[in-house]
Design a protein. Structure first.
Length: 133
């Protein structure tokens, strides 16, 4: 590692760390406030709450997010296949559906549109702060 660092770079590193600590503290505070706001909005079936001084609002919306799993993305098949015997291949290689290809085949009419209704999603709430102008 380098013993001396340019003064401007060192100042940038120092400021970055100060701002990062502030960012993490702010992120933690926002998370704690969200735990108060979101359940209230759900319970009262509210989609928006204004700031008391009119400077903005918080919106809550239900979003259906695709269920995704990085479990199958850590290794490239072509890099690993040569190391696997047929019996070990059966144990760790699984067949998955290529979302993009399935949707493209549906657009081409090769797959019925009803297939797309089978997409697995999970509900997730987005809490969005909308500052006023």
């Amino acid at each position: 590692m380098q013993d001396t660092v340019q003064a401007d770079v060192q100042a940038a590193v120092d400021e970055y760390m100060v701002l990062y600590r502030q960012y993490k503290a702010t992120e933690d505070a926002l998370g704690a406030l969200r735990k108060v706001i979101e359940p209230y909005m759900k319970e009262c079936e509210l989609t928006s709450l204004p700031c008391s001084d009119g400077s903005g609002r918080i919106d809550l919306s239900l979003v259906e997010r695709p269920v995704m799993n990085a479990r199958y993305t850590s290794y490239a098949m072509e890099d690993v296949a040569g190391w696997l015997t047929p019996s070990t291949r059966k144990k760790c290689v699984v067949e998955v559906i290529d979302k993009e290809k399935l949707e493209a085949l549906c657009q081409l009419g090769e797959v019925p549109a009803q297939v797309l209704d089978r997409k697995v999603t999970r509900p997730s709430y987005s809490l969005i702060a909308r500052p006023g102008k």
